[in-house]
Write a protein that binds this ligand. Structure first.
Ligand SMILES: *Cc1c(COP(=O)(O)O)cnc(C)c1O
Length: 369
């Protein structure tokens, strides 16, 4: 980890302590209040629970620290994405997004935003820069793509899209600010589903948007206040708690994923493996230039749908569930959602279990599958 990343990680759990008075609780309190004491002129104070909340402010300060940018929190990853789209796009605008990324934004555009006069195109992540960006108001990238784990060049795309006058937004859910820093590579906004590794305990949905352009951030913050798409204080507090251990969890998850992907690539039961950290992965050269870690997701293809299902069911250290980024390892066959992957393709989300114990369980399950 670079020195600046180390410094960020080290100071994260001390952000709040500088403002404490003697006798204050060291842990950030959860403030459950829809209203605030507000006599006379309301300017300059917290006014109402849809506008402000001290627990959101605390988790926003933590995200701002991690992203080195202003941050706005949302009740889910999709709330963050839909807020960026609705706050910044107008009728007549066109957006480009990945054909192989998280599928819900495409459904949202198709079912609802086209109705409002916003049009969209899709391209595969691996060839995202091909065709240029003329005519797009916004370009949304997701690298590695979920679930196929293809990469696109963040810096190259950002330069070309900016030259065409587009806003560039990166969905950095799979990487977290510890694994990849799209804002440092020039994108305008980064957003993420903190439902995944940032919260990490599979008990909350949450999201955030971060950026360094004050006007863009203010527009999105105003959208949140007017649309009422606000997180609950308890969820904000849980995410704040999760963030305090994100660095250790993500470090273990990525290190284990690297080791497990390497061993899977040599396993006779496995047809192919996708992991940006593997030297022979088509994305490896690009991964080394723009990723700080190679991530906690591994794509492996087994011989058939049945074999993939048997593998997931047979492994006692794999939870059969959707989503990723939890402390527990989990896996699912993505073709069951209609993703454009082989029937035997399994997305493995490597958790925080000790690496060797996890590998032994995976190896044993592959042998019985
Ligand atoms: C999960 C996910 C989302 C959506 O997050 P929710 O919290 O479920 O709304 C968006 N983008 C990516 C890449 C995701 O994996």
């Amino acid at each position: 980890m670079s020195e600046s990343q180390n410094a960020r990680a080290a100071s994260l759990s001390h952000l709040h302590s500088g403002n404490l008075s003697k006798g204050d609780p060291l842990s950030t309190p959860i403030v459950m209040s829809s209203v605030f004491h507000l006599p006379g002129d309301p300017a300059g104070a917290r006014q109402y629970g849809r506008f402000d909340n001290p627990t959101w402010e605390a988790v926003e300060a933590a995200f701002a620290h991690l992203e080195d940018a202003e941050a706005i929190v949302f009740p889910s990853g999709m709330a963050a994405i839909s807020s960026v789209l609705l706050a910044l796009l107008s009728a007549g605008d066109r957006i480009l997004l990945p054909s192989d990324g998280y599928y819900t934004p495409r459904v949202l555009l198709e079912k609802h935003l086209t109705r409002l006069g916003i049009s969209y195109d899709t391209r595969p992540t691996a060839s995202f820069a091909e065709g240029g960006f003329a005519g797009y108001r916004m370009v949304l990238i997701e690298t590695p793509s979920n679930p196929g784990l293809d990469l696109c060049d963040i810096q190259l795309i950002t330069k070309a899209a900016h030259a065409s006058g587009a806003i560039v937004v990166a969905d950095n859910t799979t990487m977290t600010p510890y694994g990849q820093r799209p804002l440092d590579l020039g994108v305008d906004l980064v957003l993420a589903a903190d439902t995944k590794a940032p919260n990490g305990h599979s008990d909350v949905l949450f999201g955030h948007v971060a950026g360094r352009d004050a006007t863009m951030i203010e527009t999105i913050r105003e959208w949140r206040k007017l649309a009422g798409v606000i997180p609950g204080p308890f969820e904000a507090w849980l995410v704040l708690r999760g963030l305090e251990t994100l660095e250790v969890r993500f470090d273990r998850m990525c290190s284990s994923a690297e080791s497990i992907a390497t061993r899977l690539a040599d396993h006779p039961a496995v047809r192919s493996v996708r992991y940006p950290g593997l030297k022979n992965d088509p994305s490896h050269a690009l991964a080394k230039t723009q990723m700080l870690r190679f991530g906690s997701l591994v794509g492996l293809t087994l011989g058939s749908k049945e074999q993939a299902e048997r593998f997931i069911d047979a492994c006692p250290l794999i939870e059969a569930t959707t989503s990723f980024g939890g402390v527990h390892t989990s896996a699912e066959r993505r073709a069951r959602w209609g993703d454009d992957v082989a029937e035997g393709f399994v997305r493995l989300s490597v958790g925080c279990e000790p690496t060797d114990a996890l590998w032994q369980a995976i190896d044993a399950a592959l042998k019985t599958a």
